[in-house]
Design a protein around this ligand. Structure first.
Ligand SMILES: Nc1ncnc2c1ncn2[C@@H]1O[C@H](COP(=O)(O)OP(=O)(O)OP(=O)(O)O)[C@@H](O)[C@H]1O
Ligand SMILES: [Mg+2]
Length: 423
């Protein structure tokens, strides 16, 4: 496969010499069984490279086994990697096959290798040297044929100096080191990748394609991208989902970029990479956080729109004679019968909760599926049923029904009229 075919097949976008050099090296070593260490900041594409190397190797017919060493509790990592015999430790109720045995004949991707505890480092070194290990709680030697690709966003050399990472293991792992450059060192890749994601997400969410204005391009190039391509992808996704028009300006993008203020780019915020290594948030968690943020933004936007519409209606409903401006604020004076708009105010909760399904679909973060439950009624249906039930209980007495439901008689009356009109 030539370089271009590889880029297309694995979705590795970019033309910067720094990236292409690493890609060429990856291609050269893919067919061998050499151990590879992939270094790079958070979100630069280390996992993407690991997958590409595996898929280009003769081992591609078996699945790549990915292990996030930073996400496994320290006390469990050895048994996760190498397996354990029944009763090897408290809680080891049965024999467990470790990831290394699962990866026999294939490739194991040890992500966040810098987080690996020392004891596991010793065993790993032994596997790398002899291809052999034993399960925790057993002395029987197991031989496997596994290719190791490791990745880290720490400076492993420094970890060695600080005594946190074994020097012998470091040398064994770093036969071939791929250094994936951060986005800020390959600015020529920013716009092509951004536009690629704009296109991809427009297809995914079934929206019209969007283009970037000149100032938007300049902003994207000036931004430092602390979260690298993962961040860029999230920004593009938000822009596709949240922005209505077909052109994105710098102002539109600003709200999605971390550490960007109205006046420009500031670098005061902690880069994601550092956040992670300090508090152990792994990339899947971060993905979820991003998604939750995205949904939150959607909700806030929707609420704003509904409030806007409501305020406009309220404004229109207040008679001119009852309005007065004070320092630019609208003051409502209760000169005449306030009833004219109390019903509108009472309706506020309904207005906000009215249209349940206007949000564009946000997929991926899969909702927990309750087993075999009745489908939920729509809010409107539930409301209708509740009112009917309350009326039945109070034998048709509207005053008591309204009081029990916490709404005004007028609202109840209006709702009944609506139901009547619909049926
Ligand atoms: N050159 C590229 N072109 C297009 N997409 C890319 C490129 N590099 C990375 N990506 C995408 O960016 C996202 C992050 O990449 P990846 O998970 O490989 O990063 P990482 O270096 O492993 O990050 P972390 O250190 O946080 O685990 C993925 O969705 C990946 O597909
Ligand atoms: Mg990764």
């Amino acid at each position: 496969m030539d370089r271009q075919a590889i880029q297309e097949r694995f979705g590795i976008i970019g033309t910067s010499p720094l990236l292409l050099r690493e890609l060429d090296r990856a291609r050269q070593i893919a067919q061998t069984d050499i151990t590879v260490l992939i270094e790079g900041e958070s979100g630069v594409g280390k996992e993407l490279f690991a997958q590409a190397i595996h898929e280009m190797s003769r081992r591609r017919h078996k699945p790549l086994v990915t292990v996030n060493c930073g996400a496994i509790p320290e006390g469990l990592i050895e048994s996760e990697l190498f397996g354990n015999e029944k009763g090897a430790y408290t809680g080891a109720v049965e024999r467990r096959i470790g990831y290394f045995e699962q990866a026999n004949g294939s490739t194991i991707f040890l992500d966040e290798i810098g987080e690996m505890p020392q004891a596991a480092q010793v065993r790993l070194l032994r596997v790398l040297e002899t291809g052999a290990f034993s399960r925790v709680g057993s002395s029987k030697v197991i031989k496997v044929d596994v290719r190791v690709i490791a990745a880290t966003n720490k400076d492993l050399g420094r970890e060695v100096q600080a005594g946190r990472f074994r020097e012998d293991l470091y040398y064994r792992l770093s036969t071939v080191v791929l250094k994936i450059p951060p986005l800020r060192e390959r600015p020529e890749d920013i716009l092509p990748i951004f536009e690629h994601f704009l296109h991809r997400f427009a297809q995914k969410y079934n929206t019209a394609p969007k283009r970037l204005s000149e100032d938007a391009r300049r902003l994207l190039l000036r931004y430092r991208w602390p979260g690298n391509i993962r961040e860029l992808r999230n920004v593009a996704e938000q822009a596709v989902v949240l922005h209505r028009g077909d052109t994105l300006t710098a102002d539109d993008l600003r709200s999605y970029l971390r550490g960007v203020t109205a006046s420009g780019v500031n670098q005061g915020l902690v880069p994601v990479g550092r956040m992670r290594s300090e508090n152990g948030v792994d990339s899947r968690e971060r993905e979820l956080i991003y998604r939750a943020l995205l949904e939150l933004r959607l909700e806030i936007r929707e609420m704003k729109e509904q409030l806007g519409a409501l305020t406009a209606r309220l404004g229109a409903a207040i008679p001119q004679a009852n309005r007065r401006e004070e320092d630019g604020d609208l003051v409502i004076v209760h000169k005449t019968e306030p009833e004219a708009y109390t019903s509108l105010i009472e309706d506020v909760p309904y207005e906000i909760e009215a249209e349940p399904e206007r949000r564009p679909p946000v997929t991926k973060a899969e909702p927990v599926k309750p087993a075999e439950e009745e489908p939920l009624p729509t809010l409107e249906d539930a409301e209708r049923r509740l009112i009917a039930e309350a009326l039945r209980r109070f034998e048709g007495n509207r005053r008591q029904t309204a009081r029990a439901l916490g709404i005004s008689e007028r609202t109840l009356y209006r709702k009944l009229k609506e139901y009547e009109a619909e049926s």
